[in-house]
Write a protein that binds this ligand. Structure first.
Ligand SMILES: *Cc1c(COP(=O)(O)O)cnc(C)c1O
Length: 398
């Protein structure tokens, strides 16, 4: 019999009642160290006092008015994003996929408004993930997400990751934009080298294409920069943001330059909930913390500490860990054993990590982790590796 919840997830038999910082407490009272962060969402950890205060204060005032009226907290949040990035304008959404939908529509509209309605095609990369709507599964191009859902939405041309020649060959008369995650998240924490991003920017400028960054997972401090594009100094024309910007409240945003947004006039796009007063209050509170002096330095330091210590874990367990990669607190551990099994074994050590593509487990802890949290995670990862080694030996005997 089907479960009352549509069974699209194979869920762990575990649920949580409370959380504080990077720690979650399950319904049976066990504490877990959360290095998944609800998939890079709980950027400020659980029950952050400043976020709780912002949400409850706004909750007593007004939750929703619709976008038929001005929302001052939204204007403020948009201005702050504009001030801190390449962008001139922002559209708020409730999720990453919706932010991506806005980005895709905006790129097409830009080309159309520039007299090139035929330039609707967007180049994307193998291993990408951009969401689960019909257009974003077409953009991501992963067969397992496309299967059975009818004709793939037209307009996306996928090229192999890191193949500059294939990319150049894929640019045709109908190409209007290139879409990329500066570091692939679901694909297995695969960073795009800086020189490749600079090459993409140059190609876009040469061919009149828009460069779209999907920073849904990499953004808002995750990599130690406000946005990951800053690591290479490359600015996009359009950028999708979500996950960390809401700190757990559903919030996304599509940022753009004035030029890229020139087709998006009144009536061309919309959302009922996007940018509602509750989301805006929380988004502003997240930025209060992330943009405060020293916060991003803390993320960078914790990232460096973890990377160093993870290299030692790799040295101690070469049969389990193949390599460690990533930036800031977006780290991937590529394994020689099954990544799903590893995540289950980590859970037995009361550590949460998240499997991704390329046989990687992702570490996406709250950005507020302490040094003690980082070292505790490393010790639990060591213990997890030891468990897996035991399994390997038993497997060898059997
Ligand atoms: C999670 C994610 C999305 C989709 O976000 P949703 O909020 O699940 O719709 C899109 N792009 C990237 C890079 C993501 O990590």
């Amino acid at each position: 019999m089907i479960s009352p919840i549509l069974p699209t997830y194979a869920r762990a038999d575990l649920s949580f009642e409370t959380g504080e910082g990077a720690w979650l407490t399950s319904t049976d009272g066990t504490r877990y160290l959360d290095f998944g962060g609800g998939i890079a969402v709980a950027s400020l950890g659980y029950a952050h006092p400043h976020l709780v205060e912002a949400l409850t204060q706004q909750g007593r005032k007004i939750w929703h008015t619709s976008n038929l009226f001005k929302i001052p907290a939204g204007e403020r949040l948009a201005q702050r994003l504009v001030d801190a990035t390449f962008a001139d304008t922002v559209f708020f959404t409730n999720s990453g996929a919706e932010a991506m939908e806005c980005a895709i529509k905006m790129a097409r509209k830009y080309q159309s408004a520039s007299g090139h309605p035929d330039k609707y095609r967007i180049i994307t990369f193998e291993g990408a993930f951009h969401g689960r709507t019909l257009a974003t599964i077409a953009a991501g191009g992963q067969q397992k997400y496309l299967d059975g859902f009818g004709p793939k939405v037209d307009g996306f041309d996928q090229v192999p990751f890191g193949d500059h020649e294939a990319l150049k060959a894929a640019i045709g008369p109908q190409t209007g934009a290139i879409l990329i995650e500066p570091i692939q998240g679901e694909g297995g924490i695969r960073p795009v080298p800086s020189q490749c991003l600079r090459g993409l920017r140059a190609l876009c400028d040469e061919h009149g294409l828009l460069l779209i960054f999907d920073e849904v997972q990499t953004g808002v401090g995750r990599t130690g920069k406000f946005f990951a594009g800053e690591l290479s100094g490359v600015t996009p024309d359009i950028m999708a943001v979500a996950k960390g910007i809401g700190g757990g409240f559903p919030l996304g945003a599509c940022l753009a330059t004035e030029e890229a947004a020139k087709g998006m006039t009144a009536g061309t796009h919309g959302t009922t909930y996007g940018g509602n007063p509750l989301a805006m209050a929380v988004g502003n509170a997240v930025l209060d913390v992330v943009l405060a002096d020293g916060f991003l330095d803390h993320v960078e330091q914790m990232g460096l500490l973890l990377k160093q210590r993870l290299a030692e874990v790799q040295d101690r367990h070469p049969d389990i860990v193949e390599l460690v990669r990533g930036e800031g607190l977006m780290l991937g551990v590529k394994l020689r054993v099954n990544n799903g099994d590893f995540a289950v074994a980590a859970r037995a050590e009361h550590l949460l990590v998240i499997p991704a593509g390329d046989n990687v487990v992702r570490l996406l802890p709250p950005l507020v982790i302490t040094e003690a949290d980082a070292l505790e995670a490393v010790s639990r990862l060591d213990a997890t590796c030891a468990r897996m080694e035991k399994d390997l030996k038993h497997g060898a005997k059997a």
